[in-house]
Write a protein that binds this ligand. Structure first.
Ligand code: ADP
Ligand code: MG
Length: 626
């Protein structure tokens, strides 16, 4: 029989499974049971929407059978089954193969990251089995097929006998080794507890033949073994259970079972509403960013159930984009099973649910911020950017919902602070909320423009992400305080030197500044006396809405190349360099041109802006050396 090869990515995942890099091997059972449950769901859903089919819930189950003598563990389901093509496509290729692009070799070797980010699914059976055999007969097929694999070197598919529709998976459990035992996967008691732990809420019965002892008939002290088929799981979905009966572990197991994520969620929310619209919902705020979160591939949404039957895996209408990181499910009796995506979008009930959920998420985040600051900061490091995008998007229409959830690095706290905290401790004479934008905290701290603000003892917010300044423009004012970039023209701070001094400086040196402006021509809008500089000779500031940081970001986008900040070259008249300028103006205009260009380029460098002609710049430096 011909051996077929796994696709490359599948093979790598399989390799990791075979080599058992993952310590929690028992999860293979959760994966297989969840596949079995999905398969019954599919049949159930088909029956509900297809008049030809009937579904009698009593006939559907999952059965787990260990056999110590043969060293096999068999998982049987009465689900929809797989055709030959299904076996090939679903088990030969990882369903999410596209997403399993390993970032680098190390990651693949380590494996933890990968398992942390993907559901390992069916292949996890190779953590505990040498050989995996799948017998399956699909709904509507006459012929059943057998799929078999010993791991990475491929698989075979051939026709086989199987009377009932459904799937049977036989695992040949590995022999114990020096460091690892596998016997527990053949042990009734252990299997039972693994099922309880991970699969308790599966809606179909998970059956096992359990051996027990009973007194022998007619005898009082003699016992005999007997087996009895038991249903191991409670079958009540977790969201229908009473909150008081559930532990954090229950929710976390549910989160993992559902592949919402493989991190530890930061927070779970369990909602049961019995009002104008009835629904149960369990929501999670993850801790880590899903690997594809900030990419186009990411799809937001919650699982949507209609009275216990999954009708949509990612219902995007339930979550606004700015809360797209939330995972979880909603189950409502008030939704029809046959509802189509299009109709659903306009469904009044669904809109109501979405609105409630949105409010709930906001209030949960606020309470996290208030009561569990560490956790909130952890959350914010992962998803703060999303909140900021939320403020910026739709012309700022969500800013009222989101502005209280924002945090920025503070020059004072050297840590994240909220806008509320900032405003709350503003000294009375401080007019604005000051911020400084740059590519890193380190760089911002060195910006000469910050000197005056920090001398005044005012706190500054550091904006290090592209979106920050754009989002804040949308916020506009917070508690009636305007935001002000430390590089903007008017800082609203009285400098030590009075305004008149500045004006007289400017008047006195008007010709010099005009000359410099002519040299720089349209590179700058103006050359002025600086009020903010103390120890640095020169800096750039901006007039108008567009700041230098914004120009940098916009110029990286194809359509916005022409949006430029109105730059002003500020000169520190108390700096020695200024006297050289005055001197050159009197004696040597060529030298002044050279100095002007040098200073302008220095200012660009400080801002992290590119110099138009670096060779000329270095030549100019040499000129002043000789
Ligand atoms: P996932 O469940 O996330 O899709 P898995 O690796 O667990 O990934 O399973 C791959 C696919 O194989 C499933 O999507 C399903 O189509 C198919 N499959 C696995 N087990 C069964 C089963 N017991 N019955 C029917 N189909 C199955
Ligand atoms: Mg699966």
């Amino acid at each position: 029989m011909e051996k077929m090869q796994f696709k490359a990515e599948s093979k790598r995942l399989l390799e990791m499974m075979v080599n058992s890099i993952y310590s929690q091997k028992e999860i293979f059972l959760r994966e297989l049971i969840s596949n079995a449950s999905d398969a019954i769901d599919k049949l159930y859903y088909k029956a509900l929407t297809d008049d030809e089919l009937t579904f009698d819930k009593g006939n559907y189950y999952i059965k787990v059978v260990p056999n110590k003598t043969d060293r096999t563990l068999t998982i049987t389901d009465t689900g929809i089954g797989m055709t030959k093509e299904d076996l090939e496509n679903n088990l030969g290729i990882i369903a999410k193969s596209g997403s399993l692009a390993f970032k680098n070799e190390n990651e693949a070797k380590d494996g933890h990251d990968i398992i942390g980010q993907f559901g390992v699914g069916f292949y996890s059976s190779f953590m505990v089995a040498d050989t995996v055999t799948v017998y399956s007969k699909a709904l509507g097929s006459e012929q059943a097929f057998k799929w078999q694999s010993q791991g990475t070197d491929g698989y075979t598919i051939e026709p086989c006998e199987k009377s009932d529709i459904g799937t049977e998976i036989v695992l040949a459990i590995k022999e114990n080794t020096e460091d690892e035992t596998y016997d527990e996967y053949l042990d009734e008691y252990q299997l039972k507890s693994i099922i309880k732990k991970y699969s308790d809420f599966i809606r179909y019965p998970i059956k096992m033949d359990i051996t027990a002892k009973r007194p022998k008939e007619g005898s009082e002290n003699e016992f005999e073994d007997y087996t009895e088929e038991q249903i191991i799981n409670s079958m009540v979905p977790i969201w229908k259970k009473n909150k008081n009966e559930l532990t954090i572990e229950d929710y976390e197991n549910f989160y993992k079972e559902k592949h919402y994520g493989f991190d530890q969620p930061i927070k779970h929310v369990h909602i049961s509403v019995d009002g104008a619209v009835r629904y149960n919902s369990i929501l999670f705020i993850p801790q880590n960013i899903p690997f594809d979160y900030y990419s186009k591939e990411f799809e937001k949404g919650l699982e949507l159930y209609s009275n216990g039957v999954l009708i949509m895996e990612k219902c995007s209408d339930l979550l606004p984009d700015y809360f797209s990181f939330v995972k979880g499910m909603v189950d409502s009796e008030d939704l029809s099973l046959n509802i189509s995506r299009e109709i659903l979008q306009h469904d009044r009930q669904l809109k109501l649910i979405a609105k409630n959920i949105n409010k709930k998420i906001k209030s949960e985040l606020q309470s996290l911020l208030k009561n569990e600051r560490d956790k909130y900061e952890q959350f914010y490091k992962s998803f703060g950017r999303q909140l900021k995008y939320g403020v910026y998007s739709d012309y700022g229409s969500h800013k009222d919902v989101l502005e209280d959830l924002l945090m920025f690095h503070s020059s004072k706290e050297k840590n994240l602070v909220t806008l509320d905290e900032y405003v709350d401790r503003m000294p009375e004479d401080q007019k604005y909320i000051y911020y400084a934008a740059g590519e890193s905290i380190d760089r911002i701290e060195k910006l000469p423009q910050a000197e005056l603000v920090s001398d005044k003892g005012y706190e500054m917010l550091y904006f290090t992400e592209d979106i920050d300044e754009f989002a804040i423009k949308m916020v506009g004012t917070y508690k009636e305080k305007e935001f002000k970039s430390i590089s903007s023209g008017d800082l609203g701070i009285e400098a030590d030197e009075s305004q008149e001094d500045k004006e007289s400086d400017e008047k006195e040196n008007k010709e010099l500044f005009d000359f410099m402006k002519d040299i720089l021509s349209d590179k700058v809008k103006d050359v002025r006396v600086s009020k903010r500089l103390k120890s640095h000779p020169v800096c750039l500031s901006t007039d108008g809405e567009v700041t230098i940081e914004m120009e940098k970001i916009l110029s990286a986008m194809p359509d916005n190349q022409n949006i430029k900040a109105d730059k002003v070259l500020e000169i520190n008249v108390n700096h020695e360099v200024f006297h050289s300028l005055q001197d050159a103006y009197e004696k040597d205009k060529e030298k002044l041109a050279l100095y002007t260009n040098l200073l302008y380029n220095q200012a660009l460098l400080i801002e992290g802006l590119p110099i138009q002609d670096p060779v000329e710049f270095t030549n100019n430096i040499c000129k002043v050396m000789v």
